[in-house]
Design a protein around this ligand. Structure first.
Ligand code: PLP
Length: 391
């Protein structure tokens, strides 16, 4: 036996259920193409929304950062791993977002663990949107607070929980742009409700930062809200990797002093912080956002003419509704044969019976790429309807 018996059974079941997952080696640089099995595909599953992963300025900043600082930070931030490049980046981010202070983390996943687990105590109330990312849900479950999940994007549901609660500390957490749905949280209403009920608001803007708002400041800028806690990642629109948490001086000082994910983990390499600085400067100049918006518009209007059901979204995440995992896989496979890389998203990433293709657009796509994808989906609609597997 090479695995505990229970776990072996779970793995066997998963292999049999169209839910099995494995990494696919991509032999192309991050960007418009995906290269696997000896052929290249147009990549419609990337979160590199602005195409910055391959931008010469960002690459150069990374290289120069490595030459100046070395390739690793050599320690956790509170020991020796916090270098000038980290400090500069944190200052630039807090300036840009208009928050007192920002701390840097190596991943968004650990940033969310850090915030919820460190901040919340046993008598606190944590309210999360039902569709929040796994990193938030897991963090909430391991925090000491009692957690409730309100109906997706429904402020009235949130209000009901808040008005019933007599907890002293209440924290409401939502994503700005939902990662598997592409829709946006009604942040203005949520912020109002939170204020009325003395609750704090935390926005995880992994998919809004860099692409939405003035100078790419993200979802909070779009809705003109100032949540007490902001989380953003550098692995999506920034094209690099890492994450930040922003808030008041006291909040960040508290998280720095008590957050185990921060204290006991090696800091991101300074070179990476240099690359994020370069990406930030491009984001603030807003040269890529317009191309992305045009690509989204182009795709949406083409898809209106196909029989497929698109989920309501104005962002770079354009999910095509399927339902069954088998059909989602079959459609993803059929697209692959036509030269498109589009991942099927299945449970447990989304609820049972809600499998979909998560199509993402980026500024790196050319108009012709998008036209080809829509045409191929149109052709496949006929095939799938004939096989009676059309959702
Ligand atoms: C991707 C993502 C994260 C995790 O960020 P990483 O830096 O990739 O670990 C957290 N929250 C949301 C909503 C995300 O989409």
């Amino acid at each position: 036996m090479t695995l505990f018996a229970n776990q072996f059974n779970r793995l066997t079941q998963r292999r049999a259920s169209s839910l099995y997952r494995q990494c696919q080696v991509n032999d192309a640089p991050t960007g418009r193409l995906f290269f696997a099995n000896g052929r290249s595909y147009l990549n419609f599953s990337s979160n590199d929304y602005l195409g910055l992963a391959q931008h010469p300025d960002v690459i150069q900043a990374y290289q120069q950062g490595a030459a100046r600082y070395g390739v690793g930070s050599g320690g956790s931030p509170l020991v020796t791993g916090y270098q000038q490049a980290h400090h500069q980046l944190a200052e630039q981010l807090s300036d840009w977002l208009g928050v007192d202070r920002v701390m840097l983390l190596t991943s968004g996943f650990s940033a969310n663990q850090l915030v919820l687990k460190t901040l919340l105590e046993a008598d606190d109330l944590l309210l999360q949107d039902k569709l929040n990312h796994a990193s938030l849900i897991d963090a909430g479950l391991t925090s000491q607070a009692s957690m409730r999940r309100f109906l997706h994007n429904q402020p009235e549901a949130l209000l009901k929980y808040l008005s019933r609660s007599d907890a002293t500390n209440k924290l409401v957490v939502t994503e700005g742009v939902f990662s598997m749905d592409g829709d946006q949280a009604p942040l203005h209403q949520m912020a109002q409700i939170c204020e009325q009920h003395q609750a704090w608001l935390m926005v995880d803007d992994a998919h809004g930062i860099g692409v939405l708002g003035q100078q790419g400041r993200g979802s909070c800028d779009v809705y003109q809200v100032q949540p007490q806690i902001r989380m953003a990642t550098f692995g999506k629109a920034f094209g690099v990797g890492g994450a930040m948490v922003g808030g008041s001086d006291d909040l960040i000082a508290f998280l720095t002093n008590f957050g185990r994910e921060y204290i006991y983990s090696t800091a991101m390499p300074a070179a990476q912080a240099c690359a994020v600085q370069a990406a930030l400067s491009l984001i603030r100049q807003q040269q890529q956002q317009q191309q992305l918006r045009e690509n989204i518009q182009c795709f949406k209007s083409l898809m209106e003419q196909t029989p497929w059901t698109m989920m309501a979204s104005d962002t770079a995440i354009q999910p095509l509704w399927v339902g069954s995992s088998e059909t989602a896989l079959a459609l993803s496979q059929a697209l692959r044969e036509k030269g498109f890389w589009v991942s099927a998203i299945r449970p447990p990433t989304v609820p049972q019976g809600q499998a979909r293709l998560r199509i993402t657009l980026t500024a790196a796509h050319q108009q012709q790429d998008i036209v080809q994808l829509a045409e191929s989906l149109n052709e496949l609609a006929v095939v799938f309807a004939q096989n009676e597997v059309m959702p």
